[in-house]
Design a protein around this ligand. Structure first.
Ligand SMILES: Nc1ncnc2c1ncn2[C@@H]1O[C@H](COP(=O)(O)OP(=O)(O)O)[C@@H](O)[C@H]1O
Ligand SMILES: [Mg+2]
Length: 438
């Protein structure tokens, strides 16, 4: 039976068996090779199917080009280190993935499985290995990792949006509360103001009546009869002082009421509930009312210098921009440890842009924090003092206006935040020319 079938490979004539083995090798996609560990590391064998990468086996065996030169320059140090490791250790070989250059200079990825053949002394004599083209897998891996990266970015953006939403919800409810209080206070302030005016008039009238009495008594000739008791009565009640002081009191009350009125107005300006709409607004007014709101936090530490330039009214969401100014001013205040200066500068950057610059002489920002400060929840402040949301929220608001929020800082010397806003944002064009945007 056995004799009638083709002889198994091992039983063929050696030359036939070798032929067959080479046929199998060359038909496979895997390139086989052996290179010698002798100086120059010459290739002593490489299967003919290396022609798939544009090379002739005979050329490579002749060292033209050298095998090492096929490896992508960026990967050469990695391979060299691995081979050096093989030479000094008793390792049996390596599995590496790296890039090869084809004869047409195309970059392909290969998986290299190499086994070391050692001599009697254990030194490497040959490196026998197989190379498999894995470019397609690498490509897929790359696409997958790109997709993952994109996904991560998307997740981060989503998280940011969510945080900003949370924060603006919070600010909206604070705004609502402020506007509610302001509205409720408006009415009593109104009648107290009006009553003070009336009272002023009444007191003038009363004093005129008293004066009249005095004059009449003086003229009647019976003055002596009552003069003493009237003088006594006046002295008892400190009439001369009262007459003066009553108007001082009134003036002070009016002044106090004026201040309360201003606070209420600032609260209203600041919150502008129901005005979450794009509108032309005066940024200086916005900054001033915001400054009044945060004044308590700043007044003991900082001298505030205003350098307002000539800037046009801006089409914007002013209540949101006020939040930006507030965050920047509060941060500037926090950065100043004992005493310092906060400078607010506004100017026209160019024909299309205005700039609002808030500088402080505080402790500045460490270089390694510069790229992180706009991240939501990034804070260097102790728990309870910072939420790390101020700048991320501000960044979002400025972006919504088509502007930029920039920062410069030298550690130990202070920081400058710059809000750059377009004078004619896209929203303005959209509102003025609705047909273009639709
Ligand atoms: N004017 C400034 N000077 C120094 N550091 C600042 C300034 N403004 C912001 N920072 C840094 O940026 C971080 C993030 O600011 P922010 O988002 O407003 O959060 P928070 O103020 O709650 O910490 C701060 O913790 C601080 O480290
Ligand atoms: Mg802050």
């Amino acid at each position: 039976m056995r004799r009638s079938q083709p002889a198994p490979v091992g039983r063929e004539r050696p030359a036939d068996a070798l032929d067959l083995a080479m046929q199998v090798v060359n038909a496979s996609p895997v390139v086989f090779f052996r290179w010698s560990a002798s100086p120059g590391r010459p290739v002593t064998f490489i299967s003919e199917n290396v022609v798939q990468w544009g090379y002739q086996a005979s050329d490579l065996v002749a060292g033209n080009p050298a095998f090492g030169d096929l490896i992508h320059p960026d990967d050469q140090p990695r391979i060299a280190a691995e081979i050096a490791r093989q030479e000094v250790s008793a390792a049996t070989g390596y599995d590496l993935e790296y890039r090869l250059l084809t004869a047409q200079s195309k970059v392909i990825w290969v998986a290299d499985r190499t086994r070391v053949v050692r001599d009697a002394d254990g030194r490497p004599a040959f490196f026998d290995g197989v190379l498999t083209d894995i470019s397609e897998r690498k490509q897929q891996q790359q696409e997958l990792s790109d997709a993952l990266k994109q996904q991560k970015q998307l997740n981060k953006r989503l998280e940011e949006a969510n945080n900003q939403l949370m924060q603006s919800e919070k600010m909206a409810s604070i705004g609502q509360l402020a506007a509610g209080v302001a509205h409720e206070l408006n009415n009593p302030i109104g009648f107290v103001h009006s009553n003070l005016g009336t009272l002023d008039g009444y007191i003038h009238d009363l004093l005129a009546i008293i004066d009249g009495y005095d004059r009449m008594l003086a003229r009647s000739g019976e003055a002596s009869l009552y003069e003493d008791s009237i003088r006594q009565l006046k002295e008892q009640h400190d009439f001369a002082f009262l007459k003066d002081d009553i108007f001082n009191l009134l003036a002070e009350s009016k002044d106090g009421l004026g201040r309360v009125r201003k606070i209420v107005l600032d609260l209203k300006n600041f919150s502008r509930v129901g005005e979450q709409e794009w509108q032309e607004a005066d940024l200086h007014e916005g900054i001033d009312s915001t400054l009044n709101i945060v004044w308590n936090e700043l007044k003991y530490k900082a001298k505030v210098i205003k350098e307002y330039g000539d800037i046009p009214h801006l089409f914007c969401l002013i209540s949101q921009l006020n939040q930006v100014f507030m965050n920047l001013l509060v941060n500037a205040g926090h950065a100043i440890e004992t005493q310092g200066t906060i400078t607010i500068r506004t100017f026209r950057q160019d024909a299309d842009t205005v700039c609002i610059e808030i500088s402080d002489t505080g402790k500045g920002i460490a270089p390694e924090h510069m790229t992180r400060i706009f991240e939501p929840f990034f804070t260097t402040k102790p728990v309870g003092k910072g939420t790390g949301l101020g700048l991320s929220l501000s960044y979002g608001i400025v972006q919504r206006h088509g502007g930029r929020l920039e920062v410069d800082s030298v550690l130990g010397r202070g920081a400058t935040f710059r809000v750059l806003l377009p004078i004619n944002p896209a929203q303005k064009a959209a509102i003025q020319n609705p047909e273009i945007s639709s």
